[in-house]
Design a binder for this molecule. Sequence first.
Ligand code: PHE
Length: 412
Amino acid sequence: IGRDSVEVLGHSYPRDDFTNVTPKILAKVGRNLHNQPHHPLWLIKERIKAHFYSSYIGRWGNPLFSVHDNLSPVVTVEQNFDSLLIPPDHPSRKRGDNYYLNRSTMLRAHTSAHQRELVRSGLDAFLLAGDVYRRDEIDASHYPVFHQMEGVRLFSNHELFSEVRSGDLLSLFERGGRRTPGKQETHSLEAVKLLEFNLKQTLTRLVAQLFGEDVEIRWVDCYFPFTHPSFEMEVRFQGDWMEVLGCGVMEQEVLNSAGADNKLGWAFGLGLERLAMVLFGIPDIRLFWSQDERFIKQFRVQDIHQPIDFQPLSKYPPLHNDISFWLPDGAGEGEGFVDNDFYELVRSIGGDLVEKVTLVDEFTHPKTGRRSQCYRIIYRHMERTLTQQEVRLVHEQIERTAESELGVQGRY
Ligand code: PHE
């Protein structure tokens, strides 16, 4: 961080009396855990995408919902708050609860910050995943960076009432209406009830897909400045009700300001960490940031729908063994042997015994020009202490298979 400005993702923002981002937080910007293949947050995102892609098909066989997961977390204060009708003195704007780059720019505190711009760009149905930032304590369930998935769906008169008999006689809006606990002043009651039903059904199906049909849920009335009516969905988990998402009928003013004044819409925002912790039994939110191979490798499945059997990290000791070999001629020039082939092979033979494989040494013979590599394989079991003997058997099999399948020549 410079003295007069803050650098984020290649842009420079002048500091002022509001600036409160720290180097530690800035180091997280750009990590994009939700875009890292096989990361548990990525896995949940992919499962949600797959559900929406297969369940909601557009008129021409296209997916109805478009997916956006690369919007910059740097937003204006106007996007994060004003565009969502959050009043100037609202407590959620507190400097103590947010990361400001300066008075006008911040790290988004929720993915709702992008609702207006995406609606304005003409989208009627979208999902949006991203990292969000809120100043918080760090413990097993709180971390100042987490991830959300936002969903928005808009309906024209025709789209909302097409399934209803004589639906062409109904309208989305009414004049001179009043705001009640159930609806906004400009909305017709029949439109809101259908929209609310569609919203709750969409989300109920989503969690049934994620958690299984037996999942118990309940709806709790709540308040957001940008939706009315608003609800929270809670999921029953180990005997307790746990809040997993907020949602509601979008405030018409938000839609009007985005140029969609002839439509009604619903929106939801869910926390990806919450879902992942429950779904996979991950006990500590800090683990999502772990670069520990023992954590990450447990989510490396072929098919995103494969069940995950997460084991908290092993307390048992590691054993390591090195393997050195001469590479076949021409290796590393696009043909023949590549490092990933070897990692693949080790994983396929060693399976769960292998925690990590690293290239520790590389060498080219000065006379012959032949190249040799040395890899270190760390063996560790999740549930017991491995013996030297069983590790040796696996290690020898890796040596033999590398020779026969990758054409390397062992130096053992
Ligand atoms: N943005 C809200 C939050 O972070 C969740 C939300 C999204 C609520 C969309 C309603 C509609 O808590």
